[in-house]
Structure formats: structure tokens, C-alpha cells
Write a protein that binds this ligand. Structure first.
Ligand SMILES: NC(=O)c1ccc[n+]([C@@H]2O[C@H](COP(=O)([O-])OP(=O)(O)OC[C@H]3O[C@@H](n4cnc5c(N)ncnc54)[C@H](O)[C@@H]3O)[C@@H](O)[C@H]2O)c1
Length: 368
């Protein structure tokens, strides 16, 4: 079997979900990892058996490496991705593509000019839940989708991340941190967004970190942490989106689609798995839709941190001619929406400058 060689850049909090998650794909092989913090790189080597390499350039120089996976913090993405593209290797990055739409757009162009593929998380919509919802929409179960709601709320990072400072400064915030999951899920279902009206504010000015092994005690917040928006999709669907790190608990759905035939309720778009629920107008109760089994179901959905890797596998498959579903154009469009949501649109309805096509749905069939 022809294996695609992978180099991991950044061995922090999320990296374990990649080191472990990528072992599920026989055609992928992680051949090296690096981190500015050599201790973290060596710890990954010890734990996952992947050799630590001093720099990303050294990993990229290997003939058996085709894809570099960027797991650095959002504010580092612009610089790191530019360097990774310059090595000539293909790049998959964690979300968001970069910390702002303005810094991401030139990278997408640079990758195109260099003839390398730039792909990005989130890839969770490739999982069973995202693909089941997609089948429901494409098969007409919901009918014409008139409206959609999405509630992007707090991951409570203060409780579990040893240093969540990056979430409360430029490049962080609920829209850019958790919003990519919800927006990628919605664009996968409904297609691109045409315009955004959004307003946002700073919530609690100080956050207290209580995570075990924490490296910081408190964080001064410097960015808006609560946003509300109205989205108009190209399809005509109107969206109501709230993104907040100030909503700790709630009884709101993750996302719902309101169609001429019924309502579709999505599970947490941060996960690959989860039950998609549907209720036709004439139904007296909700029903659980049978899942499209995508092969990415890892049986660990109850974990706080689902195993990662389907997006890297998607990029690798595209090298053999499969359609790329997590491409940079899609991620850039999602980021343009999220940027507007994060910062507000100055009291006006902002027409977006980017668009994208809906990713190809999964080949697996829906046993309904
Ligand atoms: N933590 C999560 O649960 C989670 C979940 C999904 C996605 N993500 C995304 O994953 C990315 C990383 O998040 P994290 O929580 O693992 O952050 P982290 O701060 O825990 O780890 C990032 C690592 O990158 C290293 N690094 C920074 N610049 C580097 C460079 N130039 N070269 C090599 N290494 C470099 C840092 O030393 C650090 O070890 C972010 O984009 C985040 O949005 C995180």
C-alpha cells in the first residue's frame, strides 16, 4: 500500500487526538513531529513513538513526507502556514485557517501559486452526524430550508486547558474557536453565505483558570466574547447565530434547520458522531435518523476530545484523485463569516467577498 507520510508541527494540547487518531488510517503514517518547545516534542516521541525532529523544514525535507499538519495556536498560523507552504509540501491546518480573514486570504493564494494543497479543519462534518444531516437535506426530508439557528457556546476551556489565554485574545474568541465547527456544518448543508449582520461585545473582563496543571491563574480578556448575527445564505435561508464565551450553561440546541416539511436538529458539530433528530410537521414526536456510517466513527464520541484525522485522510485521498472536501476555499469562506461574527459589522449588513461550493457528500449510503 502507498502510504502518505505526515509531519506534525505543534505537539500541544490537541496533538494527542491527532497522534492517536491518525493511526486509524492504514494509508497514513506519521513520520516525525516538531515543536518550538523541545520538551513537548520529546514527550510526544516518548508517548506515541513518533521521532522528534528539530524543525518543520527538516521534516519537510524528507522524501517520504507529503503532508505537514499544523497544530500551532491560531496566532502562529499565518507565519507557520506560510513557511510550510514554502517547503513545497501539502499542508493541513487546525482551525481557524488563520486568526483573521485578512491574513488567511493571501495564504490561500500563495498555496495555489505554489501548486500545493492547503486544507483545514474543521473536518467533523465529514463524520456520521454531518453526513446524515446532509443526506436528510439533499433527499428533501426537510423541504425548502427557510431558517436555521446555531448556538456556539462556551467550551469551558478554563476548566480543562492548562493555558487557554489564546482564546481570550486576538485570534481567539467563541466565533473563531468553536464557530468553525458550526459554520462548516451549516455551509456543508446549505451552501455559502451571502451576507452577515453582526454585533458583538466583551463579556466578563477577567477569566479564572481552574484547569488541573494550569500554567496561568487569570486571563485579562481583550476581545469580544459574545456575538449575535443574522446570516443570509445564498440559498435564501436566513440564519440566527449566537457565539459566546459568556454563556456557560443553556438549554439551546447546537443547530436546527427549519424547513417546509420539518425540523432537523443537529448534535454537537465539534463531534463526528451524534444523533441527528427529525420531526416532520405532521409528526407527534421527534425521531432519531439512522446514521450514514462514514468509517470515521471512532466509538469515542463520549470523549471530551474526539480523535482527529479524517481531514488529513481527505487531503491524502485527494492526492489520488478523490474530491477534496476540506479545501482552503471552503475554510476561507467560513472564516470570512466568522470574522464578521467575531468583530461585528459596524451596524451594516456586510456582503461577503468569498464563496465556495458545498463539499461532495460522503459516498456511503443512507439506510433509511
Ligand atoms: N485544544 C483543543 O481541544 C483543540 C481542539 C480543536 C482544535 N484545536 C486547535 O488546534 C490548534 C492548537 O491548539 P492547542 O490547544 O493544541 O494549543 P497548544 O498551545 O496547547 O499547543 C500548540 C503548540 O504549538 C507549538 N508551536 C507554536 N509555534 C510553533 C512553531 N512555529 N513551530 C512549532 N511549534 C510551534 C507550541 O509550542 C505548543 O506546544 C489551534 O489552532 C486550536 O484552535 C485545539
Amino acid at each position: 500500500m502507498n502510504q502518505t507520510g505526515i509531519g506534525i508541527v505543534g505537539c500541544g494540547n490537541i496533538s494527542g487526538a491527532y497522534f492517536r487518531g491518525l493511526t486509524r488510517f492504514d494509508d497514513l503514517r506519521v513520520v516525525g513531529c516538531t515543536d518550538l518547545d523541545e520538551g513537548l516534542g520529546r514527550a510526544a516521541q516518548e508517548r506515541y513513538g513518533v521521532p522528534f525532529v528539530a524543525t518543520a523544514a527538516e521534516i519537510a525535507a524528507r522524501d517520504d513526507v507529503q503532508v505537514l499538519v499544523n497544530l500551532t495556536p491560531p496566532l502562529a498560523h499565518e507565519d507557520v502556514i506560510a513557511r510550510l507552504i514554502a517547503t513545497g509540501k501539502h499542508v493541513f491546518t487546525e482551525k481557524p485557517l488563520t486568526a483573521s480573514f485578512a491574513t488567511a486570504a493571501p495564504l490561500v493564494a500563495a498555496a495555489r501559486d505554489a501548486g500545493t494543497i492547503l486544507a483545514s479543519a474543521p473536518d467533523t462534518f465529514l463524520g456520521a452526524a454531518g453526513q446524515t444531516a446532509r443526506a436528510a437535506v439533499d433527499d428533501g426530508l426537510v423541504g425548502d430550508v427557510i431558517g436555521v439557528t446555531a448556538f456556539v457556546t462556551h467550551s469551558k476551556a478554563e476548566l480543562w486547558h492548562p493555558d487557554p489565554s489564546f482564546l481570550f485574545t486576538r485570534g481567539g474568541g467563541p466565533a473563531l474557536d468553536m464557530g468553525p465547527y458550526h459554520l462548516a456544518a451549516l455551509v456543508n448543508l446549505l451552501g455559502p453565505v451571502r451576507s452577515v449582520y453582526a454585533t458583538s461585545r466583551l463579556g466578563a473582563p477577567t477569566r479564572t483558570v481552574t484547569a488541573p496543571g494550569r500554567r496561568v491563574e487569570t486571563i485579562d480578556v481583550t476581545i469580544p466574547t459574545h456575538s449575535s448575527a443574522v446570516l443570509e445564505f445564498g440559498s435564501g435561508t436566513l440564519g440566527t447565530v449566537m457565539a459566546s464565551f459568556d454563556v456557560w450553561d443553556h438549554e439551546l440546541p447546537f443547530a436546527e434547520l427549519y424547513g417546509t416539511r420539518g425540523t432537523l436538529s443537529l448534535p454537537d458539530p465539534n463531534h463526528y458522531d451524534g444523533v441527528v433528530r427529525f420531526r416532520a410537521h405532521e409528526d407527534t414526536a421527534w425521531s432519531d435518523l439512522p446514521p450514514v456510517i462514514t468509517g470515521f466513527t471512532d466509538g469515542t464520541d463520549a470523549d471530551d476530545l474526539p480523535l482527529r484525522g479524517p481531514g488529513v485522510a481527505d487531503l491524502a485521498a485527494s492526492l489520488d484523485g478523490a474530491p477534496l472536501r476540506v479545501g482552503a476555499d471552503f475554510a476561507l469562506h467560513v472564516l470570512e463569516v466568522l470574522d464578521a461574527l467575531a468583530l461585528g459589522t459596524d451596524g451594516v449588513r456586510r456582503e461577503l467577498t468569498t464563496t465556495c461550493t458545498r463539499p461532495e457528500p460522503s459516498k456511503e449510503t443512507w439506510n433509511r
